[in-house]
Design a protein around this ligand. Structure first.
Ligand code: PAF
Length: 327
């Protein structure tokens, strides 16, 4: 009886202490991304910032820094997260393998069939394990938001199959799996920070690039690209990352609130991204870009397949199959 009584007192004291600690904690945080305010990354970020402000009664304010304001690309901004100079970052997995190698498993071509498959993997135990792995790199992985399925665009030729794309000089993300996949397919890939891509396309230093519809649209790439082929060669997830320093400096209640809110906004962010894709594609076509819808994806899949073997020392067949067969 005595033990139960003292147990209850201890529990009440802990609750009061956490409550006070949360009530006293105040911070203004910086959330960065490479993309502008109209891109789903930032629409999701705005919702996240609004919810956190509401739910903490204004104690935590998140300021938004779109369009590479805090670094010339996602690699540099991820370094900012590690150092604690940036508090939150929404980024593709592009450069993240250099910080947390296990995340590269999501970068293999034709790994995901469709959005349903994506959600099953990223919202299940595999996704959670990959987010938790970021801890080793002094980063807190909050949730998987979305960039989308990537497609090839260029200035030279209407690409209907992998043969049409041979020899094209394209920009890739700073990602070794992507780089190897494009080399295997017979293109001439160059890794480049995102901040340099528009100018490189404009000056014809490169012929093309590959990204989801929403990125092409928000970056106004119709000004510098003539052909858009729906290759859907790889799914590009976007983890919402937080500086470990900032995360663990918050009281426990706020930590839980950030994780819960990030997961909640993930559902919203993926939905608005997917729902708007077809309308954006139609607008891109209306701007004069030749959109090739019936691409022979099988030709790309076959040409890129050797990349799975090339990284077999890092990613086991069993782990790859666990993703492919997730039902
Ligand atoms: O191509 C990239 O680098 C990324 O997809 C981008 C556009 C920065 C969005 O995460």
């Amino acid at each position: 009886m005595k033990r139960v009584f003292f147990g209850c007192i201890a529990a009440i004291l802990v609750c009061v202490w956490v409550g006070v600690a949360s009530a006293e904690y105040k911070k203004t945080m910086k959330l960065a991304s490479a993309l502008p305010m109209d891109h789903p990354y930032m629409v999701g970020s705005k919702k996240f910032a609004d919810l956190i402000k509401d739910r903490t009664g204004g104690r935590i304010v998140i300021k938004l820094y779109p369009s590479n304001q805090l670094g010339k690309g996602e690699r540099e901004m991820t370094e900012g997260i590690q150092q604690g100079a940036i508090d939150l970052l929404i980024t593709s997995t592009g450069p993240l393998g250099g910080f947390c190698p296990s995340i590269n498993i999501l970068d293999f071509p034709f790994l995901f069939r469709d959005f349903e498959h994506v959600d099953r993997v990223l919202d299940g135990s595999i996704g959670r394990r990959l987010l938790d792995d970021f801890e080793k790199a002094d980063i807190k992985g909050l949730a998987f938001w979305e960039n989308g399925f990537r497609h090839l665009t260029n200035n030279r030729v209407a690409v209907r199959n992998v043969g049409d794309a041979k020899g094209l000089k394209i920009r890739t993300m700073e990602n070794k799996v992507h780089l190897a996949a494009w080399k295997a397919a017979g293109l001439n890939p160059t890794p480049m920070a995102w901040g340099e891509v528009y100018t490189a396309l404009q000056q014809k230093v490169i012929d093309g690039q590959e990204n989801p519809v929403a990125v092409f649209y928000s970056s106004k790439f119709w000004e510098v690209q003539k052909h858009f082929s729906l290759t859907q060669h790889v799914y590009s997830p976007s983890p919402l990352l937080m500086s470990k320093k900032t995360f663990y400096a918050m009281p426990k209640d706020d930590q839980a609130l950030f994780v819960k809110t990030a997961l909640e906004v993930a559902k919203f962010q993926r939905k608005i991204n997917r729902d708007a894709e077809e309308a954006k594609l139609k607008e891109i076509a209306a701007k004069g870009v030749a959109v090739v819808r019936n691409v022979d994806k099988e030709s790309f899949r076959k040409a890129m397949a050797p990349v799975y073997g090339a990284f077999s020392d890092q990613f086991s067949r069993a782990d790859i199959e666990a993703i492919m067969n997730a039902r």
